[in-house]
Design a protein around this ligand. Sequence first.
Ligand code: NAP
Length: 247
Amino acid sequence: MKFSGQNLLVTGGSRGIGAEIAKEVAKYGVKVWINYRKSAQEAEKVKKEIEEAGGKGAIIQFDVSNPQEFVEGIKTILDVDGRLDYLVNNAGITRDKLAIRMGIEEFEEVIRANLTSTFVGCREALKIMSRQRFGAVVNVSSVVGERGNMGQVNYSASKGGIIAMTKSFALEGAPRGVRFNCVTPGFIETDMTSTLPEKVKNELLKNIPLKRLGSPREVAEGVAFLLSDSASYITGETLKINGGMYM
Ligand code: NAP
C-alpha cells in the first residue's frame, strides 16, 4: 500500500485498536500523532515501538470530549508539521445500562465522547484538508451502530450517528479531494471487551460465523487500507470488520 500523505492523528492511540492503527500506518513512513487522555505511559510505549521499528511518532494529550481541547490539539499539529493529511477518530467509551435505568447524563456523556468529538475532528480536518486539496478521515463506529445492542442505547446511538455523519462529510469533502469513511468492528479483544463475563463471550461467539473475537490488528489493517492511496476512489463507505456477525 502507498500513502501520499505525510502525517496522521489517531485519537485514543494509546491503547487497543487505536494503538494498532498508529503502529500499522507508521510502517508506511507516515508520521503518527498518538493522542491519549489519561494513559501517558501507554502512549509513550506506542511511540517507542514505532520508533524502534524505524517509524516516526509524536504524542499529543487532549480530551476529545472537550471541543476546545480537540481544536487546540489539531492547531499544535499544524504548528509543528504545517499540515494534517490523515485523521482517525477512534477514541470512544461505553457506559452500559438498560435504557429504563439510564439517566440523561449517562446518555449525553457517551454522545459527547463518541459522536460530538467525531464531528469536531471531521470538521477541523475538512477545513485543513480542503485547503490542501488532499486528505482522508476514517471514523471508528461499531457493529452496534448498525444493529443495536441491549444495554447500549447511548453507545449505539453514538455509533449509528457516526455512520450517517461520515456519509454527509464524504459529500462535503468530495469536491475538495477529501475522503471520509468508517469502519464497524464487531467484538474485538481490547480492554473495552475484557470485562465481559465468560458466559456473555460464549453467547457472542455463537453468533460470529468466524467463531472468534477479532484482533485490534485486523481492524487496524482495514483502517490503513481506507486511508491509503489504494482506497483513492472510496468515500462514504462503511467497512464491516466483524467476523460475519452482521452482513
Ligand atoms: P479501549 O481499549 O478502551 O481504548 C480506548 C482509547 O480511547 C484509549 O486510548 C483511551 O485513552 C482513548 N480515549 C477514551 N476516551 C478519550 C477521550 N475523551 N479523549 C481522548 N482519548 C480517549 O477501546 P478500544 O476497544 O480500542 O476501542 C477503540 C474504538 O473502537 C472505540 O471508538 C470503540 O467504540 C470502537 N470499537 C471497539 C470494539 C471492541 O470490541 N473493542 C468494537 C467496535 C468498536 P486513555 O486511556 O488515555 O483514556
